[in-house]
Design a protein. Structure first.
Length: 317
């Protein structure tokens, strides 16, 4: 039989427990934890002083990589192209990459302007680097950028039909070796979607990178006359040769065939074409929706890392 003293002590303990429960319920409650698998919203990235990777200090690069991991890598060549400077195909890629970086708060990795030029090798102004040599040089740079923290690398070319022979193997071999997808954007595809004139795009590009005065005015190139290569012309009609782009048949292209314009350009015309070309570049970049592109690249990387790589790595070698 329970004593009165035991009943009193038990009642007191019960009352104290119930009081503690009521008091705890009245305290402010912490918010529930986020659903599993969802990371907290990232802090907004701080503005960068310049988009050019090589113009930043190391501390600025490290600060940038705390918030973002996107870098655009324009790739070009040096070859004859009418009255335009020989680095025009690199400048076109650089200007478009700069515009894309501005849209996505990214950086631009510059100066890669000596790769395979294709059929323009016959010009004395053309710097010849084979596809294999260009690839061997670019791959260590891609691996270094990944080691540094740039997980989303976007390579870009413009006005260069021979570029896919170097850049396509680069992004594919980089993926097979590192399991990290990189993206290659051939800007000519984007420019065609807005019916851009590639010559005016070149003028606009020099204007965007503040080098418009590098394009000479009232300059008449001394272009020799020559017969048409009838055999190559027939192969092109048959669509059996894409030339330097696809490497179906080897050939040389004369300077006057390497790209317009070959007639003198006045100062007024240079300014007009620069404005029109810059507008074409803006239209192409806007149509591409680069914010969606960089997000899609991130989604692709996540799916690759979480699903495809484990499945691939389990296969016998």
């Amino acid at each position: 039989m329970t004593s009165p003293r035991s009943l009193t002590l038990g009642s007191i303990a019960t009352l104290l427990f119930m009081s503690a429960v009521v008091a705890r319920a009245q305290l402010p409650q912490a918010p529930p934890p986020p659903p599993p698998g969802l990371a907290p919203a990232p802090a907004p990235p701080p503005p960068v002083r310049t988009r050019y990777f090589t113009s930043l200090t190391n501390l600025e690069v490290e600060r940038y990589l705390q918030y973002n991991d996107v870098i655009f890598v324009p790739i070009g060549n040096a070859q004859a192209r009418g009255v335009l400077p020989i680095d025009c195909e690199y400048v076109a890629a650089e200007a478009i990459a700069l515009k894309m970086a501005q849209e996505t708060n990214a950086l631009v990795f510059p100066y890669l302007q000596f790769t395979y030029a294709g059929a323009g090798i016959i010009g004395r102004g053309t710097v010849h680097v084979s596809q294999a040599e260009g690839l061997a040089y670019l791959k260590p740079l891609a691996r270094s950028l990944l080691r540094q923290g740039f997980k989303r690398q976007i390579y870009l070319t413009a006005g260069n039909n021979a570029a896919p022979q170097t850049v396509s193997p680069l992004v594919l071999e980089f993926f097979y070796e590192t399991r990290t997808p990189a993206l290659y954007i051939e800007a000519d595809v984007l420019l065609r979607q807005v019916s851009a004139d590639i010559t005016k795009v070149m003028f606009g590009a020099y204007s965007i990178v503040n080098r418009l005065n590098d394009i000479p005015v009232n300059f008449t190139p001394d272009v020799p006359k020559h017969d048409i290569d009838q055999g190559l012309a027939k192969l092109r009609v048959l669509n059996s040769s894409g030339g330097a782009r696809d490497g179906v048949v080897g050939f040389f292209m004369f300077e006057d065939d390497a790209g317009a314009p070959v007639k003198p350009v006045t100062a007024e015309q240079r300014v007009t074409w620069a404005k029109e070309g810059a507008a074409m570049i803006d239209a192409a970049v806007k149509r591409a929706d680069m914010k969606k592109v960089v997000q899609s690249l991130l989604d692709h990387q996540r799916f690759t890392r979480e699903y495809l790589i484990p499945k691939f790595d389990s296969l016998p070698r």
